[in-house]
Design a protein around this ligand. Sequence first.
Ligand SMILES: Nc1ncnc2c1ncn2[C@@H]1O[C@H](COP(=O)(O)OP(=O)(O)OP(=O)(O)O)[C@@H](O)[C@H]1O
Length: 193
Amino acid sequence: MTAPLLRIEDVATANSPALSLSLHGGELIGLAGPSGIGKSQLFKAVADLLPHRGHLWLDGKAQQDIAPAHWRQQIGYLPAQVHWWGNQVAEHFNQQPPLGILGLPDSIWHQPLLQLSTGEKQRLALLRLLQNQPRVLLLDEPTASLDAVNVERVERHVQDYLQQHQAAALWISHDPQQLQRLCQHIITLRVAA
Ligand SMILES: Nc1ncnc2c1ncn2[C@@H]1O[C@H](COP(=O)(O)OP(=O)(O)OP(=O)(O)O)[C@@H](O)[C@H]1O
């Protein structure tokens, strides 16, 4: 087997249990566990947004040997609550993404963000993340606010992206069926005994 794209060894924050895993190109691993256990905290740690213990490697290179800006471009983090800074959708993109692929109308491009639904903003945030062409996706409940048709669109789009770019993803979900349908492996975090 080839070297892992991302290796996580004993990474933990002050509010999470430790996580160790290897992610290979094209692979999708699910992250499950009760609310408040620390799943999002672990994503922030891996994305270099939160102090943590443990070690990380990208393509066999240790995190401390990679410039932080490069790390954050390669490790694409989609938070459960996305931060938007401008007024209009178009301000947040370098170029217009394929909106229709996630069921979004072209008219949304010039709409104020305040007018958009949670599910619309969630899908736009995914398109924005993928424009940076990250090698690893950290997806924190990316379909939490979506109907079944759009859940399927998002799932298919992420799977296509992973195949086309030989990228890999970690996917947090509270839906065990979704994780079973999508993931090669599922890691369930538990409270330490
Ligand atoms: N900024 C913070 N300061 C202190 N505690 C925090 C902070 N952010 C999160 N926590 C705590 O860390 C713990 C883990 O939070 P986290 O958001 O990672 O949980 P989660 O497993 O993702 O939960 P959920 O499934 O509900 O999204 C929680 O107890 C939370 O209250």
